[in-house]
Design a protein around this ligand. Structure first.
Ligand code: NDP
Length: 477
């Protein structure tokens, strides 16, 4: 078992104020850099970060128990894909763009310029301690902002590693990426010091963050919890579906917001599917070690919360295989497959965030869609079928911000896709065109071109002959 590190303490108010000031100053310098200059500097920063990734992977492993290979492939691999996408699209998205003008104003030029917000406050969770803080910071800085990053108290060392490596490159103004360690109070200080808040975490905290930001008229992008329903039709590619349930449900010890949280399977293939899932789970390497495939819980109370969900399911008639505590002090639990599930069980309706795959038999996938839509969350969902038309219909009916067709949820790594949820799973999106643009403000420009010295016809003085002419030109019958 790797030794678990406790939370890092809060900053003093003076220290927090100094960090905020440094970020503001850096934002003033950085906003004057062109998109090309920002992209070039950030390319250099990424090169430095990725070259030293082994150090970061070790810190992540220490802080969270995540298997090193998983930290490298998922966190750094996804970051690499995001960096590629946003660097390739920075100019298209962030450069000044000429826009349409009506012929009535054919003598004017119209354009939209993207201005940085200023200081973006990023409040991050502990489950992807590198990927979420880095990905959000990278996009915010590319968009011309400084970043105040408040990591989870449980993964602060990973964020401090990032801050020190970025700073050591000397490629960015000092303080452009500043970590504000601490607990919830530090998060509140970051909201107060920022121009836009980018929050990833639980729905409950998200509401508090939105309320605080809203009271100051600051926008808050909220990426909150989910309860991914995986819906398996009778004609699904069953081997892939079973492998996806195991990977989607158990990777990162089940602590993934878009991870598979429950599986609905059509009756015809229920038995075949569950056998495949159980066989795959049985073959996982769960013992700690260099080739371990499962990690541990990050937060101590989480192990009991998940155990309580399993007990609730057992009492209501579910068959739980696995799920025993392997090492309480080390926060390790055997992965569990829960059969015979029904919608009165917490494991089917509340976010589990643990290594559990609950499976419920349904007669038709359409019933599963209705059951899933009845929940408060709407983050990720997936449908599994070889029938493209049925997949389209199911996807269209799902209340979810992100859906996969024979795909468990790889949306985060595709920078081209907006990432986020509907209903209680969030507001706004990160990534995609809209996610990057949300980190900026539009400045709309009209430039009068000709005749240089003449007033416009609808200005004063309004001669009597002007109104009929203008009505005709403006299309007012
Ligand atoms: P929390 O909501 O507990 O915390 C998230 C962050 O907010 C932490 O840095 C936390 O600090 C901070 N915080 C706590 N209270 C406040 C406050 N009053 N004001 C400002 N900030 C505050 O979530 P977890 O860290 O436990 O993360 C797990 C949750 O995140 C799950 O629900 C998961 O589904 C969700 N998640 C969503 C994702 C998405 O993109 N939709 C992606 C990943 C996770 P501290 O921890 O130090 O108290």
């Amino acid at each position: 078992m790797s030794e678990r590190l406790g939370p890092v303490g809060d900053l003093s108010p003076d220290e927090a104020a100094a960090k905020t000031q440094a970020a503001r100053k850096a934002a003033q310098t950085w906003r004057r850099a062109s998109v090309a200059q920002r992209a070039a500097a950030l390319r250099g920063v990424w090169k430095a970060v990725v070259a030293r990734r082994a150090e970061c992977v070790a810190v992540i492993h220490e802080e969270t128990g995540k298997p090193p290979l998983e930290a490298e492939l998922v966190e750094f691999g996804s970051a690499a894909l995001l960096v590629d996408y946003f660097l390739a699209n920075a100019e298209r998205l962030l450069g000044e763009r000429a826009v349409w003008t009506p012929w009535f104003f054919a003598n004017k030029r119209a354009a939209v310029r993207r201005l940085p917000r200023g200081v973006v406050g990023i409040i991050a969770p502990w489950n992807m301690p590198f990927l979420i803080p880095f990905g959000d910071s990278f996009c915010a800085m590319l968009a011309g902002n400084a970043v105040l990053l408040k990591p989870s108290e449980w993964t602060t060392r990973t964020a401090l590693w990032l801050e020190s490596v970025v700073s050591a490159t000397g490629l960015l103004p000092e303080g452009l990426l500043t970590v504000v360690p601490g607990r919830g109070g530090a998060g509140e200080a970051v909201i107060d010091a920022s121009d836009l808040v980018m929050f990833t975490g639980s729905t409950a905290t998200g509401r508090a963050v939105a309320a605080r930001a809203g009271a100051q008229l600051k926008p808050a992008v909220l990426e909150l919890g989910g309860k991914h329903p995986m819906i398996v039709c009778a004609d699904a590619p069953l081997e892939r579906a079973a492998a996806a349930a195991v990977w989607g449900g158990l990777s990162n010890n089940g602590q993934v917001c878009v991870g598979v949280e429950r599986v609905f399977v059509e009756a015809e293939v229920h038995e075949a599917f569950t056998s495949l899932v159980r066989a795959r789970v049985a073959s996982l390497r769960v013992e700690p070690g260099p080739d371990a495939e499962l990690g541990r819980f990050v937060l101590p109370p989480q192990i009991d919360k998940v155990q309580a969900q399993l007990e609730d399911a057992r009492q209501k008639g579910a068959l739980v295989s696995g799920g025993e505590i392997l090492d309480r002090a080390g926060l390790r639990m055997a992965p569990a497959v829960v059969l015979n599930c029904s919608m009165d069980m917490a494991v089917m309706t509340e976010e589990t965030f643990g290594p559990v795959i609950p499976i419920m038999k349904v007669s038709r996938a359409e019933d599963a869609v209705a059951l899933a839509n009845a929940g408060a969350e709407g983050l990720a969902a997936s449908v599994w079928t070889r029938d493209a038309d049925r997949a389209d219909r199911l996807v269209a009916a799902l209340e979810a911000g992100m859906v996969g067709i024979n795909e468990p949820g790889t949306h985060y790594a595709l920078g081209s896709l907006p990432f986020g949820g509907v209903k209680a799973s969030g507001l706004w999106r990160r990534h995609g065109d809209e996610g990057l643009l949300a980190l900026t403000q539009a400045q709309s420009i009209i430039e009068h071109e000709w005749p240089a010295d003449a007033p416009d016809p609808w200005w004063f003085p309004r001669e009597t002959w002007v109104a009929p002419l203008l009505r005709r030109l403006l299309g007012l019958p």
